[in-house]
Write a protein that binds this ligand. Structure first.
Ligand code: SAH
Ligand code: SF4
Length: 360
């Protein structure tokens, strides 16, 4: 079996090279070829000695996911459909904003946590992504988007907010974070990588000590009774424990606040009373809020709150002194909005309709 070098962090790459009798500094060199120049074949790595290239060809590969389609929205949002293995595809979305470009990546095919308002959750769990498959999304986006005229990468931020619960694929995700942060990899600062979790607390504790990046937490409800329903993992790790873990995490985090995500569901969690309860709930945790208009999907049973209700909810939080953003819906015309990622991927007939596969 040849080793896929795309998924090796610096330690693993060094070990791999040492096993082949090579000098450890070659690890950085190889990583730069793969992650910074987007090279996937050893023949093009011209500053490696020929015998080393031959050795690599024999024992290693740089295997990237297969690009099934690319879509570009009128607002600059891009979406790639990548095939991991036959029948398993994931989507990766790029969102350009003033002064930064954010790539939203997936960590699992499906998700086991079954949040009731999430189409990925409704679909159930299929499998974990490998580190190579997680990084493959960043590799493709960088290859497609490149650098700006100043030589800076267009992808300046990465968020684990696509399909899946990253903390339930802990090992692969932290190795991917290593590569995102490594100077020979993608060279991002910790504050430009954000992990979003619904609150898998033991893994959050481990992340704190191993690779603390910026943290977003899917809160969605101000009390345990409602959160038990919307985000069922709350039954295992309820709000009080979640808040304590957030505080503990912040001791090591690159930012001094947690971003609480809160999906706005009409008549479910969007009342004035909910807003006031929310303020009580998070009182002990330095935080910002990101209100996400619910993105509907077939048979979800939920509706999005009205724009007025969302603004009113925001105003209550702001009056209490919080920074609040309302997530703009981006890439609507290509179904790239939150929680919409999963549905069409799994439904092959619709996929044929919706995605134009580029000719080879
Ligand atoms: N599993 C992780 C990360 C992926 S979800 C988590 O839950 O945090 C990224 C964000 O999109 C989460 O806050 C999630 O709750 C939200 N989301 C899921 N389905 C949604 C939908 N239909 N409309 C709006 N936001 C949704
Ligand atoms: Fe999984 Fe996150 Fe969706 Fe919940 S919101 S089902 S944790 S992907």
């Amino acid at each position: 079996m040849r080793v896929n070098l795309l998924g090796l962090n610096r330690d693993s790459m060094t070990r791999f090279l040492e096993e082949m009798g090579q000098k450890p500094y070659r690890a950085g060199q190889l990583m730069r070829w793969i992650h910074q120049y987007g090279a996937a074949d050893f023949g093009s790595m011209t500053d490696l000695a020929k015998p080393l290239r031959a050795l690599l060809m024999e024992h290693a590969t740089v295997e990237v996911p297969r690009l099934l389609s690319e879509q570009r929205s009128a607002d600059g949002t891009c979406k790639w459909l990548l095939e991991l293995s036959p029948g398993n595809a994931i989507e990766t979305v790029f969102i350009p904003e003033e002064g930064r470009g954010t790539l939203c990546i997936s960590s699992q095919v499906g998700c086991a946590l079954a949040c009731t308002f999430c189409s990925t959750g409704r679909q159930g769990f299929n499998r974990n992504l490998t580190t190579a498959e997680i990084i493959g999304q960043v590799w493709w986006a960088n290859r497609a988007l490149g650098r700006d005229p100043k030589g800076e990468r267009i992808v300046s931020n990465v968020v684990f907010m696509g399909m899946g619960e990253p903390l339930l694929n802990y090992e692969a995700v932290v190795d991917a974070i290593d590569l995102l942060l490594d100077d020979h990899g993608y060279g991002l600062s910790r504050r430009r990588v954000t992990l979003s979790t619904s609150g898998v607390l033991p893994a959050l504790e481990r992340l704190r000590d191993r690779a603390p990046v910026a943290l977003a937490v899917s809160l969605h409800a101000p009390d345990d009774a409602l959160r038990d329903v919307l985000v069922p993992i709350n039954q295992k790790y309820p709000l009080q424990a979640l808040m304590a873990s957030c505080r503990h995490y912040l001791e090591r985090a690159p930012r001094d606040f947690v971003t609480f995500e809160y999906v706005m569901l009409d008549g479910v969690n969007d009342s004035e009373a909910s807003a006031h309860a929310l303020i009580q709930c998070v009182a002990a945790v330095p935080c910002k809020f990101n209100l996400i208009p619910f993105n509907p999907f077939p048979n979800s049973g939920y509706r999005c709150s009205s724009p007025e209700t969302i603004r009113h909810f925001r105003d209550i939080l702001m009056q209490a002194g919080y920074v609040v953003t309302i997530r703009k819906t981006r890439g609507d015309d290509i179904d790239a909005a939150c929680g919409q990622l999963a549905g069409q991927v799994m439904d092959k007939s619709r996929r044929q309709e919706r995605f134009t596969v580029p000719s080879p």
